[in-house]
Design a protein around this ligand. Structure first.
Ligand code: ZN
Length: 173
């Protein structure tokens, strides 16, 4: 399988900085572990940069074409710090895969799957945000792994991110 794994944001954009962490850095670390796991299982993996490197989104999106599965990793954030859970933005043809990924992450972190069993339809996301997310528009999955703004979500993630990587790897195979 050809898998693309990218870390959200990058370039000069750190993503959200809730609770003393940088989204882009957290997701670069997760990308690195997930990519290593997938390669060890024989898959061909493309990343948006080498270790410690995180391309800007416009460059990362060019990796989607030709991939069997393409994932962009993010942490979610809300001014409502009790917001919790995992959701995956994608086109309707990726609904089941998105739900599988969300369920796998939710099980490991013991957080709820949001929206439609973890699937956040691309069109609904575009309507809510007021713009079309480029990565999902091009056929990728935008994985909002957990709420960084929620201290409990973040604590669980920091304890279990290796397990999160394993769960995602299993879910996409
Ligand atoms: Zn993000």
């Amino acid at each position: 399988m050809h898998v693309t794994v990218t870390a959200g944001h990058g370039g000069t954009d750190p993503g959200n900085t809730w609770n003393g962490h940088h989204e882009a850095k957290l997701m670069m670390q997760l990308r690195h572990i997930l990519a290593a796991k997938l390669r060890s299982e024989g898959h061909i993996v493309r990343e948006d940069g080498g270790r410690g490197e995180n391309w800007a989104l416009s460059d990362a999106m060019r990796l989607i074409a030709g991939s069997t599965v393409a994932l962009e990793l993010h942490t979610n954030a809300s001014t409502n710090q009790s917001a919790t859970g995992v959701e995956v933005v994608s086109l309707p043809e990726h609904r089941e895969l998105s739900q599988r990924v969300a369920h796998a992450i939710g099980s490991v972190l013991n957080i709820p799957t949001r929206r439609d069993k973890g699937w956040f339809p691309h069109a609904q996301c575009a309507a809510e945000r007021g713009f079309e997310p480029g990565f999902s528009k091009r056929g990728g999955l935008i994985v909002e792994v957990f709420f960084q703004s929620n201290p409990e979500d973040l604590r669980k993630y920091l304890e279990r991110y290796w397990l999160v990587a394993s769960a995602i790897a299993r879910a996409i195979q």
